[in-house]
Design a protein around this ligand. Sequence first.
Ligand SMILES: *Cc1c(COP(=O)(O)O)cnc(C)c1O
Length: 400
Amino acid sequence: MSETEALLDRAAELDKADELGKLREQFVLDEVVYLDGNSLGALPRAVPGRVADVVQREWGRLRIRSWTESGWWTAPERIGDRIAPLVGAAAGQIVVGDSTSVNVFKAVVGVVRLAGGGRDEILVDEATFPTDGYIAESAARMTGCTLRPLAPADMPGAVGPRTAAALVNHVDYRTGRLHDLPGITAAVHEAGALAVWDLCHSAGALPVGLDEHGVDLAVGCTYKFLNGGPGSPAYLYVAERHQAAFDSPLPGWNSHAEPFGMRPGYTPADGALRGRVGTPDILSMLALEESLTVWDGVSVAAVREKSLALTDFFLECVAAYVPAGSVSSITPEVHAERGSQVALRCDGAAIVMDELIARGVVGDFRAPDVLRFGFTPLYVGFAEVERAARVLGEVLRAER
Ligand SMILES: *Cc1c(COP(=O)(O)O)cnc(C)c1O
């Protein structure tokens, strides 16, 4: 039996044993191998009908009545409670709205205010997704702090009495490295500081355990592994113990204790909805709510197990099919340090990715030389993983 036949057999066995495999039918997919769900998740089949109903009936016929009768006004908290179990949070701590970038701003300024006086340093993941770094820099300037970029693994040794907060990406968007959320959070707390985690690349792919590990504040987007749609609203988690003191730097009328009191002075509402700002983007928000129904009855532990099996199998197939020395993985081998993507460095990566896409394998390219492949356990199968690696091997042989 050839190596290809052996890997095809293995893929077929893995697909047969895959309990989550049946969820694929809930998504709109075709013959393209879609390994870019870490950038934009695929469309759940239930969403178009729901969006049509929101537009035609709730907006078209009910109009203003929908703010109450269709539950529009309370959607940010209601959908937050739907995301909560996926990130290990009890209800009442997550509010949906705005972009991740905006929520990073609320969270970073918020934790500096919570940390209190005498603490004027913010640690930031030195390899962070750029927007977090840009916003942390501005938040630092506004709050009189200095920003100190560090590798997350070095934060426990660097956090000190002057540190107000640490802002860390749970999974590195480039390398796919999973950082030690429990360990770093505990070290930050030991020094009297607060931890803000960005869950963009972990929520929907692996267990996060926000409550269990005592995370203070967290943010994340919903259009990657949560499949909420392009530009779907992000979320902000404020641990219950911080809610009463959380002082949002964007105290919009939606977070007022009495929003329709139209008062000149601001009095914050209780609970997570203190993280709200202005009128929610209902169309995107309700598309997100519908997309989250695919998670009903799905265990995040099972998702993680399949995610690791997918990335393991991909690495194995890459080793079998790709000419020796043409790619090198920058994603950790160790499961405890791996998110749900594989990043391969490769000469001419931009051209290689264009060629892969032309042959029906969609990943993405990140400057300067990284091929990124994201594995969404809800809809990616093992036969697709084998095919992606085989096509990558063909492209690399044709290129050189
Ligand atoms: C995708 C991503 C973002 C995106 O921010 P937006 O405001 O939604 O554009 C932010 N941070 C991280 C870590 C990301 O991976």
